[in-house]
Design a protein around this ligand. Structure first.
Ligand code: MRU
Length: 331
């Protein structure tokens, strides 16, 4: 990373490929909050780099003052988005690297090394889990997926989209149905962009079309990513995932979650304690900058929902495929 990070601004895709380069953690804080970088593993990686940028800018050689400044940076990054477990895990890992008994300059070097290692580990985990997940995708399958879970969301091979890409690379004749994913259209803007680049046949559908196609028998399985998985397997993911899981169950289709173990939060017994981000209602009353609802309309905008473990056929991780009972098997 040197002393800068360079990020692809996902809010500008697919119209333009614009990169932001910064050496300031404040820019990282706004990039995560404004979803210029989004997707649980990618948020974790960028959060770690943000903490490293913040550390590099701290001037003092005094340990106590250094740690107090570093804690302020950590808090700013932790306050960006509450749901994805990866952000908090990554910030904790960097803080542990900073805890060692060394000079301030040595601590800064350890922090940078930890951030680079987190980047490597997250990317690597998604490539491994993609290999496992591809085994669940049979030749001829049409896979329905939600939101964006590819390289953009992970810095690596992807989670749900990683499994799909891997199955395609193995020569399986597959097709994808990608939901547009209102309100911010990660499916229409980002998944469609990644699928097109990979040359994988796909159709874009609106979120409300999913049940119709499942009922017609045109979907063989559903795979999504995750932002946080509780100890019992309950899974928070992009709003609309719960409805897809219930629809998959109703239509006797397997519903898989693909996520690195850094998304699993064993400290939470069930999904009821997963913090759900509420975003600006303007994301619902508008499509990008265009208002679609009358002036003054009040909208609700939870960014995630929780799918109860009973609807999840398996959780695909880099350490293997986990099935129920999740309480025992995730551990
Ligand atoms: O609000 P976002 O775009 O950050 O939400 C992303 C998702 O919900 C993804 O499905 C999840 O982070 C898993 S991505 C590998």
């Amino acid at each position: 990373m040197g002393n800068k990070v360079k990020i692809l601004d996902q809010t500008r895709l697919p119209q333009a490929e614009v990169y932001l380069e910064t050496d300031g953690y404040e820019t990282v804080v706004s990039a995560i909050r404004e979803m210029r970088v989004r997707g649980a593993p990618a948020i974790g990686v960028l959060g770690a780099y943000g903490l490293a940028l913040g550390a590099l800018k701290i001037q003092t050689q005094n340990h106590r003052m250094f740690h107090s400044e570093l804690e302020k940076v950590r808090q700013a990054l932790a306050a960006t988005r509450p749901t994805a477990r990866n952000l908090f895990g990554a910030l904790d890992r960097v803080m542990q690297a900073a805890a060692a008994d060394k000079t301030v300059e040595e601590i800064k070097a350890a922090i940078v090394a930890a951030a680079v290692q987190i980047h490597h580990d997250e990317a690597d985990a998604t490539c491994k889990l993609s290999e496992f997940g591809s085994e669940l995708i049979k030749d001829g399958f049409t896979i329905l997926t939600h939101c964006n879970t590819g390289t953009l969301a992970t810095t690596g091979c992807g989670t749900a989209l990683g499994c799909i890409k891997r199955a395609f690379e193995q020569g399986k004749k597959i097709k994808v149905m990608a939901t547009e994913t209102r309100p911010l259209l990660q499916g229409a803007r980002l998944t469609a962009w990644e699928l097109k680049q990979a040359g994988i046949p796909f159709n874009l559908i609106t979120d409300s079309m999913a049940g119709y196609f499942m009922h017609l028998g045109r979907v063989n399985c559903v795979i999504t990513g995750a932002d946080r998985i509780a100890a019992n397997g309950d899974t928070a993911n992009k709003i609309g995932t719960y409805s897809l899981a219930v629809l998959a169950h109703e239509n006797s289709l397997p519903f898989y979650i693909a996520a690195p173990t850094s998304t699993i939060d064993l400290s939470l017994k069930t999904g009821d304690s997963i913090p759900i981000e509420e975003r600006d209602p303007e994301e619902v009353t508008h499509i990008q900058t265009m208002r679609i609802a009358p002036e003054g309309v009040s909208a609700l905008n939870p960014s995630f929902d929780v799918t109860p473990n009973r609807y999840i056929s398996a959780i695909i991780t880099e350490r293997g495929i986990v099935r129920a009972p999740y309480d025992a098997n995730l551990k």
